[in-house]
Write a protein that binds this ligand. Structure first.
Ligand code: BDR
Ligand code: CA
Length: 315
């Protein structure tokens, strides 16, 4: 039996962030040590409230801490068009029955790393503000970070602007710092996450699973899909869940080592992730990230459904 991977989940729930937490909590391959929140899909107050509600629903008992209300520079950008006014619209959720940590996100991350007897993976599925602030404030803790599995960016294109993906666009300076950190990075960008679709057929399958968690997830997916359907998608792209699924079932994914940098300037390219495959450019562009480019979609959907079913419960 392999030892579970200890993770800090840094997120901005968010429907797909909630599914990231669900996959982690359901998997014996993962041990959640802490949950920290970033401002992204909604304000920090709302994403933190959502994190507490999701942890309550899923039985996650790791400490939850609130992150920065703003990116390192500039003002927050939110996504009510996709995630609703609450940041997690759709079904009713339980009120938080888990406390908010008195620590800030960065303090909780630092304490978690210090107290762990093995290096910890940061699973980042929102803007990377907290992780960047951690690296700036506590460079001595870098050896305690096993790596960063992140949802962000896109080598081929963006989603919020033609060039930039949302998580990177909200805080490009933070993402730049993370990609330059020298830590092992796995990037689940739009190249793969737009293929991680939950279709209407998949939603019907989730609906047929018994229990409260399945009921909530089916309604989350209905809400999340409604927006994506209106812009022509064949399903709801479960972006953030890919960064968790990579840790749980890496054999489902196709990856390539690349040189990746974040563009922090420009009228059209701020927040873009620029990627170079080895051999196509000179050696000064040495790979610094493993980019996930493709997946076995059916295997991914099966993993999601198995995780939902593992919560069991009455119909
Ligand atoms: C990312 O942006 C957010 O809306 C999602 O939660 C995901 O992390 C996709 O671009
Ligand atoms: Ca997110």
């Amino acid at each position: 039996m392999m030892r579970p991977i200890p993770v800090i989940c840094d997120c901005d729930p968010g429907h797909d962030d909630a599914m990231m937490l669900l996959l982690c909590q359901a998997s014996p391959r993962i041990r959640i040590l802490a949950v920290t929140t970033s401002c992204g899909n909604q304000t920090i107050e709302k994403t933190t409230y959502n994190a507490l509600r999701v942890c309550t629903l899923l039985g996650i008992r790791a400490p939850v801490a609130k992150g920065s209300p703003k990116p390192l520079f500039g003002q927050p950008i939110t996504a009510p068009n996709i995630h609703g006014q609450s940041g997690l619209d759709g079904p009713n959720l339980p009120e938080p029955a888990v406390p908010l940590s008195p620590l800030t996100a960065v303090e909780l991350m630092a304490q978690t790393l210090r107290q762990s007897d093995e290096p910890v993976t940061i699973l980042s599925t929102g803007p990377m503000t907290n992780t960047a602030a951690l690296l700036l404030a506590h460079p001595e803790l870098k050896p305690k970070i096993a790596g960063i599995s992140l949802m962000g960016g896109g080598i081929a294109h963006g989603n919020w602007t033609p060039a930039a993906e949302f998580n990177v666009l909200v805080d490009p300076e933070a993402a730049d710092l993370v990609f330059r950190s020298g830590l092992p990075i796995t990037m689940a960008g739009l190249d793969v996450t737009l293929k991680a679709l939950i279709t209407e057929t998949d939603i019907r399958r989730i609906e047929s699973i018994s229990g409260e968690v399945a009921r909530v997830v089916a309604q989350w997916m209905e809400f999340f899909y409604a927006f994506h359907k209106s812009i022509g998608y064949a399903g709801a792209p479960l972006h953030d869940a890919v960064a968790a699924a990579w840790l749980i079932r890496p054999e489902l994914f196709v990856t390539q080592q690349m040189f990746v940098r974040v563009e922090t300037q420009g009228d059209y390219c701020r927040g873009a992730t620029i990627g170079a495959r080895p051999g196509r450019t000179d050696q000064s562009y040495a790979p610094n990230a493993r980019c996930i480019l493709d997946l076995d979609r059916q295997g991914f959907v099966d993993l999601v459904c198995e995780a939902v079913a593992s919560y069991g419960g009455a119909t």
